[in-house]
Design a protein around this ligand. Structure first.
Ligand code: ADP
Length: 398
């Protein structure tokens, strides 16, 4: 029985030993896990700190009293303080626009929305200021509230914006000057041209019997040239007049502009045996009546001029609303335009036919484009050659 007792004691001791070993191993494992977790969290902290230290934007933490608790390296660098110094300042010392009332408002706004973006001014240690774009967040932590702010120096952006605004203004000025020039030049060019024309006409009348056929032919060419030049100048004058200040916008019935234009083309329409239909439901638009009449006159005039000789001309004017803007059209059953010319026809002096077939200067559609664009719209053409063209343009409602 002694032997049994001994054996039992030995067994017990072994069990205790195994138990102790198991507990120790578990403990070690726990400690290893703990150490690994600690390492990971240290790593994360290190990454976060590194990112803060090297961020291009400034990062601040402040408490509810606007006392700065932390500022990253970008912040202390830009503001010209030592890192330990900046953590003793109040927001009031870096933002000259700061007032206690503003801060209270900001806090109450942040308690609703949690974050906010705004622009302000920051002042560096030596008194220089720069425009700052600020984005702030409100966080509660251990029962206290904190404001975390990200700040960006937007001096460069402001400079670029100012430069752009200056460029735009000078472009507008030079554009206005050019228009003025085109207007004055075309206006003044007509005078000497009238003189050339009247003296050539006088020459033809007075000396017709003294000239031979060749001489008379030359004078004819000179007269033709003068007439054509006068038409070009008149069209240029008209082109430069579009958008002048003495042509203000007002609400007007589009139907009236269409009717005035169609009436003015009455003779041409009769000669062409054309039917012109104006949709009964054309709405009110915002625009300049004189220019919209001109627009319809040019488009309908072209529809008559470029009619197909195999059939009577049919022109229809209509409009419909498309997503807040009015899409208008002038459709014809004329000779049509090949797709490769859809853009070109709107350029000044660009024509698809010789003067021997169709008379014209090539300014009509350029004027249409200028009128439509000044009204804030677009103009384009769709066509099936030999079947007809539809000119579309958009306008704004009254
Ligand atoms: P112009 O009629 O004086 O030549 P436009 O600027 O009015 O000048 O037109 C430019 C060109 O576009 C015309 O020469 C013509 O070839 C083409 N065009 C314009 N309207 C039509 C139309 N309704 N049908 C076919 N071609 C057209």
């Amino acid at each position: 029985s002694n032997a049994i007792r001994l054996t039992l004691a030995a067994l017990l001791a072994t069990a205790v030993l195994v138990g102790v070993v198991v507990v120790l191993v578990r403990q070690m494992e726990r400690e290893q896990r703990h150490a690994a977790a600690l390492r990971r969290s240290e790593e994360r902290l290190h990454f976060a700190q590194f990112a803060l230290d090297h961020a291009a934007d400034m990062v601040f933490w402040a408490d509810r009293d606007a006392q700065i608790l932390y500022a990253n390296a970008a912040a202390s660098d830009r503001l010209g303080y030592r890192p330990d110094e900046i953590a003793t300042l109040s927001i009031a010392q870096i933002d000259p626009e700061f007032t206690p009332a503003m801060w209270t408002d900001l806090l109450s706004e942040l308690s609703q929305s949690r974050s906010k973006r705004f622009e302000t001014t920051h002042r560096t240690r030596d008194g220089a200021t720069y425009p700052a774009e600020v984005s702030v967040n409100y966080v509660e932590f251990n029962g206290a509230g904190y404001v975390c702010g990200f700040v960006r120096d937007i001096t460069e952006r402001r400079r670029a914006e100012a430069a752009l605004a200056e460029k735009t203004a000078s472009l507008e000025a030079s554009n206005a000057e050019l228009e003025q020039f085109a207007y004055v030049a075309s206006h003044d060019l007509r005078e000497p041209l009238r003189m050339v024309n009247s003296f050539v006409t006088l020459l033809a009348r007075r000396f017709a019997d003294k000239l031979d056929d060749e001489g008379r032919e030359y004078i004819g060419f000179a007269q033709e040239g003068a007439v054509r030049m006068d038409r070009l100048i008149l069209d240029l004058l008209e082109y430069s007049r579009v958008g002048r200040l003495d042509r203000p916008f007002a609400p007007l019935p589009l139907a009236r502009a269409a009717e005035v234009a169609v009436k003015a083309l009455g003779v041409a329409a009769d000669e062409a045996g054309a039917t012109i239909e104006i949709a009964p439901d054309l709405p009110e638009v915002l625009g300049n009546e004189e220019e919209l009449v001109r627009l319809y006159q040019n488009l309908v005039g072209n529809a008559l001029k470029y009619r197909h000789l195999d059939r009577p001309a049919k022109v229809s004017l209509g409009a419909e609303w498309r997503g807040g803007e009015l899409m208008c059209w002038v459709a014809d059953n004329g000779i049509g335009i090949a797709p490769q010319y859809y853009e070109r026809v709107f350029r000044i002096f660009q024509r698809l036919h010789g003067r021997d077939r169709y008379d014209g200067t090539g300014i009509g559609l350029a004027i249409c484009k200028k009128i439509v664009e000044r009204h804030g719209g677009r103009i384009w053409v769709e066509s099936v050659p030999d079947q007809g063209s539809t000119f579309f343009f958009t306008l704004k409602g009254a």
